[in-house]
Design a protein around this ligand. Structure first.
Ligand SMILES: Cc1cc2nc3c(=O)[nH]c(=O)nc-3n(C[C@H](O)[C@H](O)[C@H](O)COP(=O)(O)O)c2cc1C
Length: 324
């Protein structure tokens, strides 16, 4: 056993593809509303932003109102949601960019759609805007996360579950941007490495995994589906062991491809486990619903976990859970 270090002897920065992140933690799309946090924060939230990169809620070409309520409920060791990608559409989303231009952390824009041209429309619109936006007038958009895996809208899950459709989305977007391009994979498949490989061969620079598991909760009185959408996506600690297995499988199958791992990260030790399975960055989703301080707590715990093990950087455990 290596002698413990002091927490400040641990260097947390990581390199995710071309991105230099101050530490491995990012937020999972749809679980962290930057402007809402900024409104409630006593101080300069943009300067004190706790995550190393910001991933906004998925944006689509057209506005979406989302699914009928109820849209969220707690489950044993997790939560289920069927928001249905509610968002204002890319044109209105772009008009809102100056509101959070003060954020200095890199931004990975989560993009959704039902067909390759819908994803392409989002990226085309945003790239055109960024090409002419005055310096400092927008957040630092450094990449995209293609959400081909939302279980709560017709179409998108089929894309993520079909490697050819996944490749078509990635290919359509790859030709429109030189920015860092991630594909976010669905866990609702037998072999997650098939879509992972298809995405990378079509030009994805990295992969995020996993999105939520398609699931159902009943109203205990009526014994009918509780969610307005009938089914939703399960996340939280309940899915962590499956998510770890999938991250490890993809890391093993595609060595060197930058991975953002997620699924049930509630503590620094959870985050360390994803790094041990081959993730370079780790996203926090449901954990954000446990309290305002969750991101900084999880980060402090990650630092403490490394220090207690005498490890000077996350790289020391990267991939150690994989087969030799
Ligand atoms: C309320 C809610 C909304 C979500 N919205 C999105 C979304 O817009 N886009 C997306 O890619 N994933 C979305 N997700 C999935 C999360 O980003 C993440 O992949 C999943 O919740 C697993 O992480 P967790 O177990 O830490 O929550 C959402 C999850 C929740 C709970």
């Amino acid at each position: 056993m290596t002698a413990p270090l002091a927490p400040d002897q641990v260097a947390l920065p990581v390199k995710l593809g071309p991105l230099h992140l101050e530490h491995p933690l990012v937020n999972a799309s749809g679980t962290f509303d930057l402007l809402e946090y900024a409104r409630r924060y006593h101080g300069d939230f943009f300067a004190d932003f706790p995550y190393a990169a910001y991933v906004p809620k998925t944006v689509t070409a057209e506005a979406r109102t989302g699914n009928p309520p109820p849209r969220v409920t707690e489950t044993a060791a997790g939560m289920i949601n069927a928001i249905g990608l509610e968002n204002p559409g890319i044109e209105a989303w772009i008009r809102g960019l100056p509101e959070w231009a003060a954020l200095r952390s890199p931004v990975l824009v989560s993009v959704g759609g039902n067909a390759p041209d819908q994803y392409a429309a989002v990226i085309r619109a945003l790239e055109a805007y960024l090409a002419s936006a005055p310096e400092g007038s927008t957040p630092r958009i450094q990449g995209y996360e293609l959400n081909v895996s939302c279980p709560n809208v017709g179409g998108a899950l089929q894309i993520g579950a079909d490697p050819r459709a996944t490749a078509a989305v990635v290919g359509a977007c790859r030709s429109l941007t030189d920015r860092f391009l991630l594909a976010k994979l669905t866990p609702n498949v037998n072999d997650v490495t098939v879509a992972a490989r298809a995405a990378v061969e079509a030009g994805a620079d990295g992969l995020s995994l996993v999105n939520t598991f398609k699931a159902m909760v009943l109203d205990r009185q009526t014994l009918r589906p509780f969610l307005g959408n009938r089914t939703g996506g399960l996340c939280g600690p309940a899915i962590k062991p499956i998510a770890l297995r999938m991250v490890a499988e993809v890391a093993q199958a595609l060595p060197g491809v930058p991975l953002i791992g997620m699924g049930g990260v509630m503590s620094g030790l959870d985050a360390l486990e994803f790094i041990a399975c081959g993730a370079t960055a780790v996203a926090v989703g449901m954990g954000n619903f446990t309290g305002f301080e969750a991101p900084s707590r999880i980060l402090a715990e990650l630092r403490a976990e490394l220090a207690a093990r005498g490890l000077a950087a996350p790289a020391a455990v990267h991939g150690i859970a994989l087969d030799a």
